[in-house]
Design a protein around this ligand. Structure first.
Ligand code: CTP
Ligand code: CA
Length: 226
């Protein structure tokens, strides 16, 4: 069946999408965060809904309006994102992690605004690697897990390393050194690395790219199940 020419090949599937940045508070008025508009993750949520999937969208702070059919879980910190992802992971058939999770969080969060006075040091501790945790504990057979990675150099080899270390099925690698693509742009280009192939995705809209990523998710699901 097809609605408006889009095939409904994800009916019955639950897709868990993470999007946007996380904000790690330093004090009541400041945070550490990554550059991320959330557009790629929201495009995947939208595309998956069009294909008939149930979509859970776990999102850090963005300026975007989520697709109305998505079940939205707003979060702020990496820890909150981790807890939300773990709570929904058992239901998920496909997990797509576009979120730019902060790698470090402040060791101590000040209750009061820190006053500016000369040089200062901030103690940071690493956040949990959510994707690696998922890769290590798949709860259902045939769960497909796809991560995203923004790289500025040695993109494909870094992506291959992340694929292996995190134990996931694919890494969609964006070369963010390319001008005008990625981050707040509506367009993107990528190389998708899996255990067996490297798929070159030329420049296209994020919604078109979302469809390509879902094509791969559907294909991987079928290959794991058969
Ligand atoms: N990721 C995650 N939890 C973290 C950090 C990253 O789940 N604490 C996920 C991201 O959502 C993304 C993937 O891991 O899907 C790759 O993120 P990236 O930042 O490229 O990987 P890192 O292992 O953090 O490596 P780097 O040192 O390059 O930042
Ligand atoms: Ca990182």
């Amino acid at each position: 069946i097809a609605i408006l020419g889009i095939s409904q090949d994800m009916v019955g599937e639950t897709v868990l999408v993470t999007a946007g940045p996380t904000y790690e508070p330093i004090d009541p008025v400041r945070f550490l965060g990554n550059r991320s508009s959330g557009k790629m993750g929201y495009a995947i949520a939208e595309a998956a809904i069009r294909r008939g999937a149930r979509v859970v969208l776990i999102t850090g702070p963005t300026a975007l309006k989520p697709p109305s059919a998505a079940e939205v879980v707003p979060v702020e910190t990496a820890e909150q994102m981790r807890n939300a992802v773990m709570a929904h992971f058992p239901d998920a058939d496909v997990v797509i992690k576009t979120a730019a999770v902060a790698d470090y969080t402040a060791k101590h969060r000040s209750d009061q605004k820190i006053k500016r006075k000369g040089e200062m040091m901030l103690d940071l501790v690493p956040t949990t690697d959510i994707l690696a945790e998922l890769g290590q504990r798949r709860v259902k057979p045939a769960q497909v897990i796809i991560g995203f990675a923004a790289e500025t150099q040695d993109g494909v080899s870094n992506a291959r390393e992340k694929l292996r270390k995190k134990g996931v099925d694919a890494i969609v690698m964006n070369d963010v050194s390319r001008v005008g693509l990625g981050f707040s742009s509506d367009r993107n280009a990528a190389t998708i690395v899996t255990a067996s192939e490297e798929i070159e995705i030329p420049e296209m809209t994020k919604l078109e790219m979302a469809q390509r990523v879902l094509d791969l998710a559907v294909k991987l699901r079928a290959s794991i199940r058969s």
